[in-house]
Design a protein around this ligand. Structure first.
Ligand SMILES: Nc1ncnc2c1ncn2[C@@H]1O[C@H](COP(=O)(O)OP(=O)(O)OP(=O)(O)O)[C@@H](O)[C@H]1O
Ligand SMILES: [Mg+2]
Length: 419
């Protein structure tokens, strides 16, 4: 039978018209004009530098910018500055500020005929000494080639020295998360700050970023002496700073007409209440935008509240996923015992009984009750259960366990298999 058609030539009941109508609704609700400006960290280094030119808010980091620039400015008169150590909590803008300053400085220096370049060495995921040298070698030859494990360290060092060839300008190594080398950064820093300057003709400047204030204390004192470093501190952002960051992003990334200012104030307030982490503020904004696109097509305080709850759920699930088998089993036993008791309070003994049954069902050897209690402590520390020690008078002390997982997470978690 021939299908009936509406004026558009499409049958209103056909899948084609469903595709068209869903696409039209999505377009109407869409807020994002350019997603790159909402999440700069997933971009490649070149793209990130380009995006940061537009969304980096320099006004709120004026003090830190001035300090770094005064440290580097002597280069313009041919004077070689010392190294710098930049501290600050996570999300305080260390990486973006330094990338912005160094890429701008490169341009200014080149305008004056001074050869200045910088290399970004990304140690955000933990590296060995070999892995860190690998990052330097890759950053210098501009490729994504990885040197194979098993290559002698000396070979890596020679490769780095050779790749600097007869370059005789200034070279800044921006070493992000410099403390992230296992077992420690001593050999790596000794090579960069002591060995390398003697083997190459360029003038090296090390800028080390870290969020560990005590990192210096873990270094060999001799390294500190030849680094001759200057220290700089990045304070966490406050709510007003975060609001400025968000405003600039909205300007570039979103359809402004659909964004209520109160929603931005809420994001800034929520993020600054925790740690003043700009990364968190931007993440919450992106999540709230997603909620808005799925529902009303407008970003208001309500969407921010929903997004904050969703982020909490995502993080809790993330923590559960990383638990070891016995920890997961203990957690699940707890919540099964709690569900039988109408989610009131249970004792460690009640949870342990369920755990014992689960272990025999899964053919696993159960841990002792003492070890099980320790796991309860751990789960309490991670905010996955509330385990409170209460006194029962002459019957001694016992631990009362109550649940604290969000409903949505709990339902999903309990419906999964035990192991
Ligand atoms: N001044 C700023 N202007 C615009 N965005 C910013 C600013 N500062 C931080 N951000 C945003 O916050 C994110 C985190 O900043 P950044 O990576 O510089 O923090 P960090 O201090 O290096 O943190 P970590 O110690 O965790 O590496 C950036 O990707 C950027 O999106
Ligand atoms: Mg960083």
């Amino acid at each position: 039978m021939k299908e009936m058609s509406d004026g558009t030539g499409l049958n209103p009941d056909s899948t084609e018209s469903l595709i068209e109508s869903i696409h039209a609704t999505q377009k109407k609700r869409s807020l994002v004009l350019n997603p790159d400006y909402l999440d700069d960290e997933k971009l490649s280094e070149d793209e990130r530098t380009r995006v940061l030119k537009e969304i980096f808010n320099r006004n709120i980091r004026e003090k830190q910018l001035s300090r770094i620039i005064s440290h580097l400015a002597p280069v313009l008169d041919g004077v070689h500055p010392t190294s710098a150590l930049v501290f600050g909590p996570t999300g305080a803008g260390k990486t973006v500020t330094l990338m912005h300053v160094l890429s701008t400085f490169e341009r200014v220096a080149s305008g004056r005929g001074i050869t200045f370049r910088y290399c970004y060495i990304d140690l955000t995921s933990p590296k060995t000494y070999f892995g860190a040298l690998n990052e330097v070698a890759i950053a210098l030859d501009g490729s994504s080639r990885k040197y194979r494990k098993g290559i002698p360290i000396q070979y890596m060092q020679t490769t780095i020295i050779e790749s600097l060839g007869n370059y005789d300008g200034y070279l800044t190594f921006l070493i992000d998360e410099a403390d992230n080398i296992r077992p420690n950064s001593d050999d790596f820093l000794t090579f960069l700050a002591k060995t390398l300057p003697r083997k190459v003709s360029c003038r090296l400047i090390l800028i080390l970023l870290t969020n560990r204030l005590d990192w210096e204390k873990t270094l060999d004192p001799r390294i500190l002496s030849f680094l001759k470093k200057t220290d700089m501190i990045f304070e966490p952002y406050d709510a007003l700073d975060l609001l400025e960051i968000l405003k600039l992003r909205v300007e570039k990334a979103l359809d402004k007409k659909k964004v209520e200012q109160a929603s931005l104030r809420k994001v800034a307030a929520l993020a600054s209440r925790e740690t003043g982490d700009a990364r968190k503020a931007v993440e919450l904004l992106a999540k709230a935008v997603k909620v808005a696109e799925e529902t009303t097509g407008r970003l208001s305080e309500n969407e921010v509240d929903i997004a904050a709850d969703r982020l909490e759920i995502d993080k809790t699930e993330e923590v559960i996923k990383t638990l070891a088998v016995q920890q997961r089993l203990a957690l699940k036993s707890c919540y099964h015992a709690l569900s039988k008791d109408g989610f009131r309070k249970i004792s460690t003994g009640d949870a342990y009984q369920v755990y014992g049954r689960v272990c025999s069902y899964e053919n696993l050897r159960p841990l002792t009750q003492r070890r099980f209690s320790e796991i309860m402590n751990f789960l309490d520390l991670y905010g996955l259960v509330n385990a409170k020690v209460v006194s029962k008078g002459r019957y001694g002390k016992t631990r009362e366990i109550s649940g604290c997982l969000p409903q949505e997470v709990l339902e999903r978690f309990l419906s999964e298999k035990f192991c």
